[in-house]
Design a protein around this ligand. Sequence first.
Ligand code: ATP
Ligand code: MG
Length: 177
Amino acid sequence: MLQIYTGNGKGKTTASLGLAIRAVGAGKRVGIIYFDKGGETHYSERAVLRERFAGEITIVPTGLDRIDPVTNEFRFGVTEADRQEAHRGLQMAREWIASQQFDLIILDEINSTVALGMLTIEEVLAVVRARPSELELVLTGRDAPEAFTELADLFTEMTLVKHYFYDSVPARAGFDY
Ligand code: ATP
Ligand code: MG
């Protein structure tokens, strides 16, 4: 099945991680490609996945580190280097899908990567369409394009009702990253 988690509310990446753990519990092989989220230090789940789920979950982060190591500021905008990294991630997805080495593949933040113009809708659709019927494929990230909705078997939109971020609570290790 093709599952899409999108919307402005919190819960897209964490929902996909919950699914990954459930899949491991059922003996399935899981691969996760992170788009536009390079850098090891800002995402607490990465070391856990690598070290404690070795052999069960394979992760590949792509994208440049958007958080400045000195100022801790988030970098907005899209550069040629961001586009190249997005294409590296998509190429990896293409190879993983063709090789049939995984039962579940999660392309985290690929929706927003398309929405921001780092990948085109068409090139992602071509990869998605080429999946074998046995593969469970999950696409996460805000602003999933219309064309993805049509193809999806499951489409969940996380609705922002409240988020502590708007009460000036900064992102917290272990809960937000
Ligand atoms: P999570 O990884 O917690 O499941 P997410 O994948 O749904 O979140 P992203 O768009 O990837 O959300 O953003 C990741 C970070 O942004 C998390 O720290 C999350 O708490 C925060 N966040 C999510 N939604 C919002 C929002 N509407 N406003 C501000 N921050 C948000
Ligand atoms: Mg996310």
